[in-house]
Design a protein around this ligand. Structure first.
Ligand code: NAP
Length: 356
């Protein structure tokens, strides 16, 4: 019997989990946890070093209980119940990582994806009322841009908790920002995000890939701020490059980066390019571009055009650029022809007057 205060126990001190570690798996969820990764956003809390400790009385074990309970609470706060609305290509892609990190997943879509959801430990709801009655912490809108408004309006948001966090992952940002602010009750939090990668480009992980977010409305209370951070931490933990910017700024940049990339990919696809025995590296880049862009639905591409007012200007500039390049070539050609036809000379053309 251990009764004396001089009895010595050598105990293993549990390390306190900090924010870089994935939360413990949720009941029913997948159990594999990701290794910790480097953070690029807020500086991580300094890790506590594990050290063996000498305890000289049974009473002294109390702080351990307290500490492990505190650690449990921390994990509990990091673990979210996330409802994915729009469980298609991208929704499922995100769900795999959410499940691996141990979050509880609910899903709803126009099509019945219950079999696929089951493989991720997610509960699938065909009826949005049932989904909302589960009171998720976060509702993640991952439907097509074109259907987002109709889908959002079909959700019985009055069945959700009063200050649920809504997040969208649409590839345009001003449109969902305005939609969410105008459709949701004022007590709901709103974060607009755009993971700038997809199932093709992030096949090998999310490390170093940009994640754009705008905390459009997060209530000024610790629990709501913590919930918002816990959601963003999902992406930080995977090593994403966290880029906070306004939705308007995103759309201005995205016309240049995303819409241009998708348009060129789709134009090249029209040429039905084939691999050859003498592919150059440049040509292989073009083939990969076709794969990366055309594996996304046409709805997605159409949404990039229809819901980003900067896209029309980009298309016009692309046309102008093609015309300019053609003009440069044809200007030289005209010189040769003129010489041959009217000046009786078949010499090599003088292209010095062609603008570089
Ligand atoms: P998508 O074609 O843009 O969207 C497919 C999803 O929208 C499916 O869940 C589909 O429902 C739903 N949907 C389409 N039309 C609908 C309608 N009329 N009514 C109700 N639901 C409808 O393809 P995605 O790649 O999965 O993209 C989803 C969202 O993520 C988009 O907003 C996209 O911009 C964004 N995003 C995509 C990527 C990417 O790489 N793919 C990257 C970043 C962001 P069903 O389940 O019934 O098919």
């Amino acid at each position: 019997m251990l009764s004396s205060s001089t009895s010595t126990l050598r105990l293993h001190q549990p390390t306190r989990p900090h924010r870089r570690h994935p939360p413990a798996p949720a009941a029913g969820g997948a159990t594999h946890l990701a290794p910790s990764r480097r953070w690029r956003g807020h500086p991580p809390a300094a890790p506590l070093r594990a050290r063996p400790q000498r305890i000289r009385a049974l009473d002294a074990a109390q702080p351990f209980d307290y500490e492990s309970r505190a650690a449990g609470l921390l994990e509990e706060r990091q673990r979210l119940k996330i409802a994915i609305v729009g469980f298609g290509n991208f929704g499922q892609f995100l769900a795999r990582t959410f499940a691996r990190q141990g979050h509880t997943l609910l899903a709803h879509s126009r099509t019945d994806h219950s079999a696929l959801a089951a493989t991720l430990g997610a509960s699938f709801f065909t009826d949005p009322h049932d989904l909302c009655e589960c009171h998720p912490d976060v509702v993640l809108l991952a439907t097509s841009i074109l259907s987002a408004e109709a889908v959002l309006r079909s959700l019985p948001v009055h069945r959700l908790r009063r200050n649920t966090l809504f997040v969208d992952v649409l590839s345009v940002k001003e449109f969902p920002r305005n939609l969410l602010l105008s459709s949701l009750p004022p007590d709901f939090d709103v974060i607009c995000t755009h993971p700038m990668f997809g199932p093709e480009s992030a096949r090998d992980g999310w490390d170093g890939l940009p994640f754009v977010f705008d905390k459009v409305r997060v209530g000024d209370c610790p629990a709501r701020r913590a919930r918002a951070e816990a959601f963003l931490n999902i992406f930080e933990r995977e090593g994403c490059r966290m880029v906070e910017m306004s939705c308007a700024e995103h759309d201005a940049h995205a016309a240049e980066t995303q819409f241009l990339t998708h348009t060129v990919g789709r134009m090249l696809a029209m040429l039905e390019l084939q691999s050859t025995p003498i592919n150059t590296k440049g040509y292989e880049t073009l083939l990969r571009l076709v794969d990366n862009t055309c594996s996304d639905s046409f709805d997605l591409y159409n949404g990039l055009f229809m819901y980003n007012k900067n896209s029309t200007e980009l298309l016009n500039r692309l046309e102008w650029a093609m015309d300019s390049v053609k003009k440069k070539l044809f200007d030289g050609l005209h010189d040769v022809l003129r010489k041959q036809l009217f000046e009786g000379s078949a010499q090599a053309p003088n292209t010095s007057n062609v603008r570089k």
